[in-house]
Design a protein. Structure first.
Length: 180
């Protein structure tokens, strides 16, 4: 019981200090591309030019959170077994993570669930799913294990709060670790 209390306390504290800026957009398998992932996850490079500066009349909107990409990575029901669609999507992710712009960066793989089932069941399931994604990227695409951290978030960060069992709440998010 004491361990459960500490786990709940840790997760509450973690969620207070965790990333709040989920964009709300969860990429479907067809929307995931290597170039798109690189654009979302790579740090912006400052460009130095000798030209005239252009000032915008309106402020440029900056993302309200860290560099991240939320994707529909599907699993067998109540398990951490990747589906064929998930493997196809993760192949794109693996190739992107090995590209020059991302090859030296570290990432957190966050597993998310909807609130069906108990808190502990969902926490464990989201952790197992994040680990499954990490293991696949390491095994199939030779991504250095030290570059990836798997973190289960359970249902602590629902994107669609109006419909808690919506599919976009069951997702995997890849977050650039230097942004945390």
């Amino acid at each position: 019981m004491k361990k459960l209390l500490w786990l709940v306390l840790f997760l509450v504290c973690f969620s207070v200090f965790s990333v709040k800026g989920q964009s709300g957009k969860v990429l479907s398998p067809d929307e995931v591309t290597e170039a798109g992932l690189i654009e979302m996850l790579a740090p912006e490079r400052s460009i130095r030019t000798r030209s005239i500066k252009v000032f915008r009349t309106e402020p440029e909107l900056l993302p309200d959170g860290p560099a991240s990409a939320s994707m529909m990575i599907t699993f067998e029901t109540n398990s951490a077994v990747l589906t064929a669609d998930a493997i196809h999507t993760l192949d794109k992710v693996g190739r992107a993570l090995n590209m020059d712009k991302l090859a030296d960066l570290k990432f957190v793989i966050e597993g998310h669930t909807d609130p069906r089932g108990s808190f502990i069941l969902n926490q464990n399931l989201s952790q197992a799913r994040a680990e499954a994604v990490k293991d696949y990227l390491v095994w199939k695409h030779n991504v250095n294990r030290e570059r990836l951290v798997a973190m289960g978030k359970g249902y602590s960060e629902l994107i669609n709060r109006n419909n808690p069992i919506a599919p976009e709440n069951r997702r995997v998010t890849i977050v650039r670790a230097d942004e945390r």
